[in-house]
Design a protein around this ligand. Sequence first.
Ligand SMILES: [Mg+2]
Length: 423
Amino acid sequence: MRNHNSRRSFISQAAIAATLSPLSIFGQGYERAIDRIPKVSSPSSLKITAVKCGYIRGSLFVKIYTNQDIWGCGEAVDAVAGTYYLVKILGARIEGQSPLNVHRLFEDIRKSGFFQGAQSGMYVAVLSAIETALWDLAGKALGLPVYQLLGGKFRDKVRVYCDTALYQYNLPTATDFAEAALDAKKMGFNAIKFDLDQANDPNKYDRYNWTANAAELQRMYDQLAAARQAVGPNIDICADMHGRYDAVTAHAIAKRLEPLNLMWLEEPVPAENIEVYKLIADSTTTPICVGENQYLAYGFRRMLEIGAVDIVMPDLQKCGGLGEGQRIANLANLYYIPFAPHMVASFLGAMASVHVCAAVPNFMILEWQRYFHSQPMFREIVSYDGEWVKKGYITVSEKPGIGVEINESGMKKYAVPGMPFFE
Ligand SMILES: [Mg+2]
């Protein structure tokens, strides 16, 4: 009783003192002393204050603000149109919380959205951008690059392949393929990707039927053969069919391309029926690569279990983010399957992916876009003080967080009209 009384007496005296002199609240001196220690932030009291976003072309950029004047940025692609209110709703769920518990916040959002579609699509794409921004923020708060938070790096630089993006041409010819291959080789890349699907191939009989006829198969072979001849046997070549064809075509083209020794053939059929991939992969020596249209590690479980693919290519800007990307890589590694992420984001997304690629043993190669070098927008929307790519490799950033910042003023002129811009 005596102790109780003295405690009450002490508390009331402290309260009186605090009322009389707000600057001398008990314990505040200790807190001030902690805050005087040189560090990047005060991680223990870091709180999320707002989540905002902006849209350009195919990308969603999420920015997470805190009470300590540091922020984190993340990017999502493809499944992002119409997601503004989803960003606001998911953002509201994490406001007031510490951004440092990245896996916990990811799991809170994923599990609470089970009946809202948190298994795939737009929901997981937005979650990917938020999750990535949390890693960027955690790295900045703790003064560490993201790869370090993921457990450290296996490599200092990450190999990339040059996606030639010839789909931007109208009906590219075999000569176009050869020239694009030589161009990429001259730029220092030792791996190149081409698209084989042509919706407007004049040889097609029916735009809804995706059985490639003899002339289409010959066109595909001639295009890739020209690229192979141009660059020789030691440059890796891969080919994407964007999930457009049927199983008959997939079997035929995979077999036909065997002499060209491809690094992989990508999504020859749509992504939903993974058992068909098993039949294709079993029928050819051309390696089969799938994954940019799968979501979460769950999306990769069955294909790995049944041996349906030779290489996995999750898109880390839509499959669930960086932690989920690492989980997918580790899952694939149990089956000795290489990890070759798809990447159609900005340089922010590219470097975010690089941190995961550095942090897993079975990393094979990451996608890079030829248009990064020709379209000024990509330089204007981000800021980074290092070289982007050198002789086919990206050096892993050592700066806190991802290491790349979005440039909102540069981005504004490319903002999707009619959409809120970081409001
Ligand atoms: Mg693809």
